[in-house]
Each structure stands twice: as structure tokens, then as C-alpha cells.
Design a protein around this ligand. Structure first.
Ligand code: AMP
Length: 470
């Protein structure tokens, strides 16, 4: 896969590979920067420690990821918007010798010769580590191997059937949703068109970018698509080339599908399912009927079983937990050997997802979570991580975090907090402190309480607490 990418970059130097805010970058520029950064990495990171790459989807990030892969080093994308504290926690886990940021273009010398001596990444090497919310209060680093990524891209190429087009990117590089729209263009001679982070706060700019993109395909979360569909000018007139939308990461609702089909008659809608731990996604369904939203069937080299507590596969129509087995299953969490969700199943790598689902007429359906991991606006969040972070705050006696849902979708997170006597701190003080620890999308509404209501078995009754909340 890497050889093919490098081959494309060298063979078609004039192809546009990346577009950002009106500026188009060509393969020749990408290749040149990859060579420079690879040389820099070989010199400064001989022990091949994972490399932290910090930014907000700039061109140098794309070049750095590929340079790391060529140099045989895992890259760790870190979004520049996360608080310093969280960044420190991630860096403490990866202990990088080299951290790349926007200064890399100055640091990496522009010497000759340009040719990459060799590509040093083996199939079993970790190609990237993406950090997700961790229930213990520490972010968890998911390790994905080159072999996992190859398998994912092989599948996506045949699924998406795009060649020489433009693919829209929504997600930050620190979320694995972006893996699809980052690698697919490089393999299919297409252009990776960036929607800048936060652009959705300015609809006029966002819609200008959508129109200018001439995109044929996009990789979105359903929440982001909903946000676009709010405006009736998001339609086939604005984006006449738009033919395929790949959705992943959240439950897709009939309302979203109906509206999309009305605005873009004939559009191909692919609903993908899978956790970061299994390399972007493992199942897909082409949705044609808004009343039948399945997650479809697994990719060829990966199985998804519906299992009971004893890991026995259940038959059609029976609800159980989704167990992913095969080539897509990643290498486990960084520094966390023996996590019980990663194991061997009939001699193959397996990951127990925590998602409930069932199979009907050969298709899989995902119906919810077993635990308190949620999705809010497309972001994966462990409520326990917020709770554990609050418990690090000395003035807090006890905290309980819960998600308010409407029509099965999380609309808001609440943290119910009991302060220590005489603390004198307000809800906004806690919020301000949380902002130094957690990314913006994880910050809950804070509700101070005197006493926690308890359920019959003595646990905090979050249902009762949520009842009065909007
Ligand atoms: P992430 O690791 O951020 O990709 O989140 C993975 C989780 O998102 C899964 O374990 C599911 O709970 C949820 N998810 C992903 N895709 C879908 C989908 N198509 N339908 C319903 N839930 C999904």
C-alpha cells in the first residue's frame, strides 16, 4: 500500500492531492516534503519511538504521517486544540523522542538526493496510534498495524469505487474516521479536500467550501451530515458531482436518510460500522430504504459474530454483543497488555465491542451500548473518564456523570457534583478547571447537588437526576 502511494506520488507529480482553504497542493510537493521529513526522522529518531504529530489537519501533518510510515515509525496524531494537560497525558504514554508540529518544514532540511532509500514499515509494525476516551480517566492509545490498515484500504477501495475524484474530509486526524478520507485519495489519485475544523460555525464559509470542493464523495459522521441538512441549500444544485457519502461512527436515523435522499436524488449512501480498535470500520450497508437501517455485512477478511456472555455465537434475530474477529482487529492498547476485550477467538484476533446487536436476513443491526460509552455530536466519550477527571479535583466530594437522550440520541452530558463543605466554588469554577483537562466536546453541564438520590441497590440514581434536566 505504501509502495503504491509513493509510486502514485512520483508517477503523477502534477495531480492535486490535498486542498485547504483555496490552496491546492500537488503530488510533487507532498513527495518532496515526505522525503525531507523521512530524512529528519531517520536522523533524530533512530530508536524509532512513536512520533507525535500535532496540528489541525495541515499539509505537513499528512506528509509527516507518510514520512513516519516510510521510516518505520508509528505516528500519533494529536489535535492542537486539546488542552495542554491532556496532551501531556498522551505524551507521557508514548514518550516520543520527536514531536512534529508546524515548525517541521523549517527543521527538515531540503537536501538532495530526494529519493526515499527504502520503505521500512513491515506488516506487523504499528503504523499509527489513535487516542480515544478511556474509562479510567486516562486516554487509551489504540495501536493499528500496517497490515490492519492495508486490509481496511483494500476493502474501502472496492467499496467506494472512486478514481481521480475529490473526497471531502470532515474529521480531525486524531479520530479514525479521517483514516478513510486520508488514504483513499492517495490510492485512487483523488484529492483530499479539507473542511477546516470549526468551519461549521460559519455556514456561509462552509457552504462556499462545499461548492468549491466539486467533491464526489465525503466521509462524515451522521451528526455532521445532520448539521449540513439543517440548511436547505445543501442539495444537488450546490454539489452536482456529489455521488457517494460514507457515514460511520454513530447510529444513523431514518430522518437523516430521508432528507439526504430528497436533497440528493440517486446518491449512494454507505453506512459503515466499527470501532477505532478495528481500523475505521468492519461492516458496510448500502442504504436504500430509510425504514431499514442496518450496518450490513462484514468485509471479506473479518467476521462479526453476535455472542452471549459465554462467547457463543447466537442465531438470527437473537440480541447479543458484537464480536469482531479477523484482519481488522488492531494490536491492542498501548502499554495495556492483557485488556480483556482483545483476545484470540478460534485462533484469530478478536475484539469484543461493547455494542449490542443482532442479525436478520444476513444483515447486522447495531442497537446500543452495554456500558456508559456514548457518542455526542459524533465524538466517542466515556462518561467514566469525565467522572474520574472530576474526582481528581480536590474540592469535589463526589461526582456522577450521565447523558441526557432524546429519540435515542445523546443531546447533552450532565455532571452532578457534590462539593466538599466550605469549598466556596461555583459550577463555573469547575467548568473552567475541566477545560484545562478535557477537550471541549467532553465538557459537561455542571449541576451542583447537596445529596445524591440512590437506587434500591444503593447506586447513584442518575435517571432521577436527569429527570429535571432539559
Ligand atoms: P469510534 O471508535 O469513535 O469509531 O466509535 C465506535 C463506536 O461507535 C462503536 O463501538 C459503536 O458504538 C458506534 N458506531 C460506529 N458506527 C456505528 C453505526 N454505523 N451505527 C451505530 N453505531 C455505530
Amino acid at each position: 500500500m505504501l509502495h503504491r502511494i509513493i509510486h502514485n506520488l512520483r508517477t503523477f507529480p502534477q495531480d492535486v492531492c490535498y486542498e485547504w482553504n483555496g490552496t491546492a497542493y500537488r503530488n510533487s510537493e507532498l513527495y518532496r516534503l515526505i522525503c525531507r521529513i523521512t530524512r529528519y526522522l531517520r536522523k533524530h529518531n533512530p530508536s524509532k519511538q512513536p512520533v507525535a504529530v500535532c496540528g489541525q489537519k495541515e499539509f505537513f501533518m499528512l506528509a509527516s504521517f507518510l514520512a513516519c510510515a516510510c521510516a518505520g515509525m508509528a505516528y500519533v496524531p494529536i489535535d492542537a486544540s486539546i488542552p495542554e494537560e491532556r496532551k501531556k497525558r498522551i505524551l507521557a504514554q508514548i514518550r516520543p523522542v520527536v514531536t512534529i508540529d508546524k515548525t517541521i518544514e523549517l527543521l527538515a532540511e531540503d537536501g538532495e538526493p530526494l529519493d526515499l532509500p527504502e520503505i521500512c514499515m513491515a506488516d506487523e509494525d504499528v503504523v499509527y496510534i489513535i487516542f480515544t476516551s478511556g474509562s479510567t480517566g486516562e486516554p487509551k492509545g489504540v495501536q493499528i498495524t500496517c497490515r490492519n490498515l492495508k486490509s481496511c484500504m483494500r476493502w474501502l477501495e472496492s467499496l467506494c469505487r472512486i478514481e481521480h475524484g475529490v473526497i471531502l474530509n470532515q474529521a480531525s486526524y486524531s479520530f479514525d474516521l479521517s483514516v478513510a478520507d486520508l488514504y483513499l485519495p492517495l490510492l485512487t489519485r483523488s484529492s483530499h479536500f479539507i473542511l477546516e475544523q470549526g468551519i461549521q460555525k460559519d455556514y456561509a464559509r462552509l457552504f462556499r467550501a462545499l461548492q468549491a470542493s466539486r467533491a464526489e464523495m465525503a466521509v462524515f459522521t451522521p451528526s455532521f451530515l445532520d448539521l449540513l441538512l439543517v440548511d436547505s441549500s445543501f442539495n444537488a444544485e450546490l454539489m452536482p458531482q456529489f455521488k457517494t457519502v460514507l457515514l460511520c461512527g454513530e447510529k444513523l436515523t431514518p430522518k437523516t436518510v430521508e432528507l439526504l435522499f430528497r436533497r440528493f436524488p440517486g446518491i449512494r449512501l454507505i453506512n459503515c460500522y466499527g470501532p477505532t480498535e478495528c481500523t475505521f470500520a468492519v461492516t458496510s450497508a448500502e442504504i436504500t430504504d430509510p425504514t431499514d437501517i442496518s450496518i450490513g455485512t462484514p468485509k471479506d477478511d473479518t467476521d462479526v459474530y453476535v455472542v452471549n456472555d459465554r462467547m457463543e455465537a447466537l442465531g438470527e434475530g437473537k440480541i447479543g454483543e458484537l464480536l469482531i474477529v479477523g484482519e481488522s482487529v488492531g494490536k491492542g492498547y498501548l502499554n495495556l497488555t492483557g485488556d480483556s476485550r482483545f483476545f484470540q477467538y478460534q485462533g484469530r484476533n478478536a475484539f469484543l465491542t461493547g455494542d449490542y446487536g443482532y442479525r436478520k436476513n444476513q444483515k447486522l443491526y447495531c442497537i446500543g451500548r452495554k456500558d456508559t460509552q456514548i457518542k455526542l455530536n459524533g465524538y466517542r466519550i466515556e462518561l467514566a473518564e469525565i467522572e474520574n477527571t472530576l474526582h481528581r479535583f480536590e474540592e469535589i466530594e463526589r461526582a456522577a456523570v450521565a447523558a441526557k437522550k432524546r429519540d435515542g440520541k445523546v443531546t447533552r452530558i450532565y455532571a452532578f457534583v457534590k462539593m466538599k463543605p466550605d469549598s466556596g466554588l461555583s459550577a463555573s469554577d469547575i467548568r473552567a478547571w475541566l477545560k484545562t483537562e478535557l477537550p471541549a466536546y467532553m465538557i459537561p453541564r455542571i449541576q451542583l447537588v447537596e445529596q445524591f438520590p440512590l437506587t434500591e441497590n444503593g447506586k447513584v440514581d442518575t435517571k432521577a437526576l436527569l429527570e429535571d434536566m432539559a
